[in-house]
Every structure is written in C-alpha cells, then in structure tokens.
Design a protein around this ligand. Structure first.
Ligand code: NAD
Length: 498
C-alpha cells in the first residue's frame, strides 16, 4: 500500500516523525493508501523553504510569472483526466463531476494569467506643483491554504493561482481524506517552470494547521471547510495578526414559486440536491414550496430521484457516488431518522442503501423528506449528504424571512417566471451568491466567491478581484521631480497641494 508524502521544495518527501492517516476508497469502503501527517518540525521547515522561495519569486517579472501560469494552464488541461481519476478514487464523486471541478479550477488559472492587467496601479500626474502620485500592489509573503475534502482540486485552485500570480509563495494543506490531486498538481507546477519552494503541499491534520496558524512567517491564511473550524481558524489566525479569509458551511435554500416551470424545477432541484451526493457547499438542501400549486414538488423530485443511478464513480453511467466516510454515512442516516421521528415524511429514503458488488461502500441513496419545519434537526444541521428537505410557506416574503433567519448565507436560488419576484428576492436575502432559475450559482472566476453570516469569516471573498486584493497590499508613492529646487523653502505646516 502506498504512502502519500509531502511536496516540499520540489521534492516528494516523508519524514521520520510524520504520523500516518488512512485514505479510503469510499466506493469500496476500504483503505487505499496512507498519508503522512506533518509534525510542527516539518511545518517549520516548509515555511522556511517557502519564505526563501518568496524572496526570489516576488522579484520575478510579470511576464515571467505569466509564462509559468500559461504553461501550468496547459499542463492541467492536458492532465485533467488524470486529476479527475485521482479525485474519484479518493472522494468517490463520478468522473464527469470530478472533470467539472477541474474545469472550474482551471478557470481561476486562466483568470490569473491576466495578472499584468489585474496588478495595474493608478497614477495621478501633477497633484501639486511638480508632484505626482502613483500606487501599486505588492505580494504578502508566505500564504497558506487549508482546504476541505469535497473539492480536492477546485477549492485549492480558488486560492493558489491568484496567490502565486501576485508573487507570493504558497503552502497548501489539503484535506487528509483525499490528498492525491494536490500532489499531482504540485508536480505540474514544477513542470511548468515554477521555481521549487514557491508551491508546496503539506499533508497533515490539526497539528500541522495549528503550527501554520501560529508561525510568525506565515502572512495570510485562506481556509475553506466547515463553520466551526472556519471560525476557529479565523480567530486564531487573526490573533496572530495574519490576514485571513475563512469560508464555512452552508444550508442553501431554493424557493419555488407558483409561476415556475415545474418540470424544469424538478430536473434542476434533483441535480442540485444529489449531484456529488450532496457534498457540495452550494448543494440545495432545503426547498421552500410557496403556494398550493407547488405542493407536490417533493413528490416530483422523489420520483425523478428514484431513477438516479447510484454506484462507483468510476463506472461511466453512474450519476451519484458514495459519501466520503463511514462516519459521514452514519451521521447523514441519523439525521434522516431524526427528521422522520420529529414528524417529517420520507418520500424516498436512502438509508441502508446497498450497491451490488460494493457492499462495503459508504453509500446513502437519494432522500427527500417532506413537511419539514425549521425546528427539526434535519433542517437545522448542515447535512452535507444526498438529502433534500421540503418546507411549505404561503408567500414569497415568508420564504425570504425563513432564509434570513437561517444562520448560514452561502448560496440560494429562486425558480420563478416573475422578474419582480426575482428582484425582490435578490435584494431581500442576506446571502452571498444568488441564482435566478439557476440552482447552483457558483460565480465565474472573474467574480469573487463567498457567503455571508456563518458561511464566511473575514472581509474578503475568494478569487476574482477580491482574491487579488487579499493576496496583495498597496503602496502609494508621492514623488516630486523638478529641474531645480534652489530657493524653495519647506513649510513646517501639514502638506497641502499647491
Ligand atoms: P473540515 O472543516 O472538517 O476540514 C477542512 C480542513 O480543516 C481540512 O484541511 C482539515 O484537515 C482541517 N481541519 C479539520 N478539523 C480541524 C481542526 N480541529 N483544527 C484544525 N484544522 C482542522 O471540512 P470538510 O469536512 O473537509 O469539508 C466539508 C465542509 O466544508 C462543509 O461544511 C462544507 O459546507 C464546507 N465547504 C464550504 C465551502 C464554501 O465555499 N463555503 C466550499 C467547500 C466546502
């Protein structure tokens, strides 16, 4: 059985004092490899490497950086199927879905290829006599990314293409549940010509994360994961005076109004709830039916969901794979049980789901629970599995109020034919990313991604323009050049323009 190490200073390494974790094939439910879990000593070493690499990389020209980024883009594109295969083998999602996440990550690389344009400063000529002002942005230093299991390629790619394009060095601490995609990506950076030490992969768990958060030479931390850990990362990194953005969990609602096309809604809700077995931070996990005409939406989705082919993500006609671990499967099934015990009705029930030939796999079948209320655990908890809760209200304002009372604010969607209702909804909800007849409104790479409330701690959303701002800091230069200054007297009062 293979051991997955770290990628530090251009080399794949395992250290004597690493502890070992287990990586599973979730479709089989068995251990497929071991992963090294870094000690504090290794963290000190990788930060030293990244700090040294930063000195050189931050002084590289914009055209050098752009050349590396374009080469990296080509390599990721060429090896996309290999990256997707690694994702499927450790995460379990189907290959076409894994390929889709690589594509969305690539779009951030393409955005970062435009870094010469993105880093242009401002210039004001003659703000005072013979005085000009200009501004530019400089990289921060060693930046760290701590990422979740559910998008092992895309979420890291929300971070490092922009950080590196801006002239920083980067340490990626991927999820210990599916680290292989990151290690392949590190080799592609090297092949693309990125100097060793600029991009490093450090495998590990809480011990490595804490050492990174406390290290004085780490300048900035980007985190994506569950809300309790996001809050913890935000607080600890902030206490250590680091720049930090920490994206947390979600409970994404879709509102269905009576004027929506219900066949379209059924198809799209099914895809948004059960794609990637519901393990997406933008998955729809709560559908709010508004009015009598929409009463049966739960039944329609349950009927459609019963036709979803569930199995190993490696098989070409399979549409939904397993969940990530045995603990996840138990947690999701317990929440379905609680929902039913608390009065919800399971229209399709994915508990105890078995896939022939994969009896040990971590499978949960598509589940729709109807007549859910906001007091029930199945609504209050982030399930992060293939479970759609259906709630019923009488009008759109009650639906908006329900969304706003929820502690999360990542994504939300409305299905309607009314521009007025859609506009009221998009202005009224306290949520960062909004879809109008689009159930999973993940912003394109040239916009920024981020939620509100318990879905994001910190000021900056990720990638896009806010990503460039996060990974750089500004300098403003006021300069005076003139032919001769003989006879000029300086005033001791505060400078004003002349
Ligand atoms: P997680 O919070 O368990 O882990 C995320 C990262 O934090 C991992 O790298 C992990 O090693 C590390 N970590 C875990 N526990 C830690 C601890 N006690 N101290 C320090 N570090 C720790 O999340 P997950 O289960 O890997 O991912 C699923 C979660 O991520 C869901 O809640 C999902 O909504 C969220 N998510 C959010 C977004 C978003 O954009 N807001 C995107 C993807 C996933």
């Amino acid at each position: 059985m293979s051991t997955l190490g770290h990628f530090i200073d251009g080399k794949l390494l395992v250290f004597e004092d690493d502890r070992m974790g287990e990586v599973f094939d979730p479709a089989l439910g068995s251990v497929s490899s071991h992963v090294a879990l870094a000690s504090k000593k290794t963290v000190n070493e990788v930060v030293e490497v990244a700090q040294r690499a930063f000195e050189e990389w931050s002084n590289s020209s914009l055209s050098q950086r752009t050349k590396v980024l374009f080469a990296f883009r080509e390599l990721v594109n060429r090896r996309a199927d290999d990256i997707a295969a690694l994702i499927t083998s450790e995460h379990g999602k189907v290959l076409s879905d894994a390929r889709g996440e690589v594509q969305r990550g690539l779009e951030v690389v393409e955005f970062a290829c435009g870094i010469p344009q993105l880093l242009k400063g401002d210039f004001s000529s003659q703000v005072s006599t013979a005085v000009d002002v200009y501004s530019f942005r400089e990289p921060l230093g060693v930046c760290v990314g701590i990422t979740p299991f559910n998008f092992p390629a895309m979420v890291p790619m929300w971070m490092f293409p922009v950080a590196i394009a801006c002239g920083n060095s980067f340490i990626l601490k991927p999820s210990e549940k599916d680290p292989s995609a990151s290690l392949l990506i590190a080799q592609l950076w090297q092949e693309a010509g990125l100097p060793d030490g600029v991009f490093n992969v450090l495998n590990g768990d809480q011990e490595a994360v804490n050492a990174l958060l406390d290290h004085p030479d780490v300048a900035a931390v980007s985190f994506v994961g569950s809300t309790p850990i996001a809050k913890y990362i935000y607080e600890r990194a902030s206490q250590n005076s680091k720049r930090v953005q920490a994206l947390g969990g979600a409970k994404n609602h879709a509102i269905i109004l009576e004027d929506a096309d219900l066949d379209f809604v059924t198809e799209n809700l099914t895809a948004a709830a059960f794609g990637s077995a519901g393990e997406r931070c933008m998955a729809i996990s709560a559908a709010i039916a508004v009015g009598d005409r929409v009463n049966d939406i739960g039944k329609m989705v349950a009927e459609r969901a019963s036709k979803i082919k569930v199995g190993s993500g490696t098989i070409s006609d399979v549409e939904m794979g397993p969940v990530i671990t045995g603990q996840s499967k138990s947690r999701i099934e317990d929440l379905i049980t609680k929902g039913v015990d608390q009065g919800a009705s399971a229209l399709i029930d994915g508990r105890n789901y078995k896939v022939p030939g994969y009896e040990g796999g971590f499978f949960v079948g598509p589940t729709v629970v109807d007549e859910v209320t906001v007091e029930m655990d199945v609504y209050r908890e982030e399930i992060f599995g293939p479970v759609l809760s259906v709630l019923h209200v009488n009008d759109v304002d009650s639906a908006i109020a329900m969304i706003n009372a929820n502690p999360y604010g990542n994504g939300t969607a409305i299905f309607t034919g009314s521009g007025d209702a859609a506009r009221r909804f998009s202005r009224g909800v306290k949520v960062g990313m909004i879809g109008i007849n689009v159930p999973i409104p993940v912003p394109m790479a040239y916009y920024s991604f981020g939620g509100w409330k318990n879905s994001l701690f910190g000021q900056s959303h990720i990638h896009g323009p806010e990503g460039v701002a996060f990974y750089t800091r500004a300098k403003v230069v006021t300069q005076r050049w003139f032919a001769s200054h003989i006879g000029e007297r300086a005033s001791l009062s505060f400078p004003t323009a002349k």
